[in-house]
Design a binder for this molecule. Structure first.
Ligand SMILES: NC(=O)c1ccc[n+]([C@@H]2O[C@H](COP(=O)([O-])OP(=O)(O)OC[C@H]3O[C@@H](n4cnc5c(N)ncnc54)[C@H](OP(=O)(O)O)[C@@H]3O)[C@@H](O)[C@H]2O)c1
Length: 364
């Protein structure tokens, strides 16, 4: 303590005894160097280009290696494809697109009632057929499987040589909107029953055929399979589970030559958004007073803008067709946008940005 007292005292004395220095005269202030013109400061030099190209090449390298290491997947232009949840929206458009694009495919459109079955039949596409399917029910899935395999058998070139079953598009899905504290458990269970267990139930039922014929699986996930936003956390959790199941399937099925792809749409115009609101499971939401920050005018306006700028289901159908028909299907297809920000920006940001940066961005 004594050792440190002396220098402190000395500093105080020096400070009080010395008078403040006089302000410098203008003649003493050195002139500021003239600033460079903005154009010169930001001029792109050749080595900038070299750095950008090298970075781009390095970022692309894993994809290039992946592509070189891959042998092409079997592309089927004949055989059966099932699209679940094809009564409306993304599923319906995908089923119509596949049937129109590849007349050799027999596309089975999964629907849950007679009215939707008739609407599919009324399209008069000879290779688009409705099939009754509730993905949450074992007997419904098994009955759909029997119907499809029987129909494919009847279309084969010979009685004992059926058309193969070559593709499954797991699209059936439901959503829900509430803060987790208020999200009624039966509603959360329903979301998982359709989006996760339904997907697994149908996949298990059709995998023997898909493996036998080197077919493909396409799962309709969401940009919310890569990140989670408030009020949609239960739905996001179901899509994260779907992403994980898809990764597992892709790795387990690699040796069989079965490709598994995930479509990650942003906002796509479909009845699902209206359904989310009418199915709002908590009477206290969005009027909930304990979570007012989840239902601010700014948040509501954002949701309205998202819906107003929702992409056509044609964007998802193009990705589904690519994943089903291209020799080198991608594992993930971020498509469409969220309030005009492309889905890929969100999926990339979720992969690289720190959690709290994402929190501030998504919940601003
Ligand atoms: N639209 C978007 O912005 C968006 C964004 C990201 C991801 N997605 C995903 O895209 C998929 C399709 O959604 P969408 O937007 O096209 O909505 P949608 O028009 O409401 O379609 C959902 C489909 O799933 C069916 N479905 C619901 N429960 C079912 C069950 N238990 N068994 C069989 N089918 C069932 C519905 O049949 P019913 O008509 O009989 O109810 C309907 O055909 C969903 O997985 C959704 O999560 C949508």
């Amino acid at each position: 303590m004594g050792e440190s007292a002396t220098p402190v005292k000395a500093v105080h004395e020096a400070a009080s005894s010395s008078a403040p220095p006089p302000p410098p005269t203008s003649a003493q202030i050195p002139p500021r160097p003239a600033s460079k013109p903005v154009g010169e400061l930001y001029r792109i030099r050749p080595w900038h280009t070299v750095i950008v190209l090298t970075l781009a090449l390095l970022l692309d390298l894993p994809f290039l290696i992946d592509r070189l290491a891959l042998s092409p997947y079997t592309s089927h232009t004949t055989g059966g494809v099932l699209v679940t949840g094809a009564s409306t929206g993304i599923g319906r458009d995908s089923a119509i697109t596949l049937a129109t694009k590849e007349p050799g495919l027999i596309v089975y459109a999964g629907v849950r009632n007679l009215r939707d079955a008739k609407a599919i039949t009324a399209l008069h596409l000879p290779n688009l057929l409705p099939v009754t399917l509730d993905v949450t029910k074992d007997n419904s899935v098994q009955a759909a499987r029997r119907t499809i395999l029987k129909d494919l058998a009847s279309r084969g070139p010979e009685p004992d040589n059926p058309l193969p079953f070559v593709g499954l598009v797991n699209n059936a899905g439901v959503t829900g909107m509430a803060p987790l504290e208020h999200h009624a458990l039966p509603e959360v269970e329903k979301i998982f029953a359709v989006n996760v267990f339904g997907l697994l139930r149908v996949t298990q039922a059709f995998l023997p055929e898909i493996r036998k014929h080197q077919g493909r699986i396409i799962n309709i996930s969401s940009v919310l399979g890569a990140l989670t936003v408030s009020s949609f956390a239960a739905y996001s959790a179901s899509k994260h589970a779907m992403e994980s199941l898809s990764d597992g399937l892709r790795r387990e099925l690699r040796p069989f030559g079965v490709s598994v792809s995930v479509i990650q749409p942003g906002f796509v115009a479909s009845p699902i958004h209206a359904k989310a609101e009418t199915a709002a499971p908590s009477p206290s939401f969005p009027a909930s007073t304990d979570y007012p920050h989840l239902s601010t005018p700014a948040k509501r306006a954002h949701l309205v803008r998202c819906r107003a700028h929702a992409a056509s289901p044609r964007s998802t159908s193009a990705a589904v067709a690519d994943a089903l028909l291209q020799p080198f299907p991608r594992t993930r297809y971020p498509v469409a946008a969220v309030d005009r920000v492309p889905a890929v920006v969100f999926t990339l940001a979720a992969a690289i940005l720190p959690d709290r940066v994402m929190d501030s961005w998504l919940e601003a």
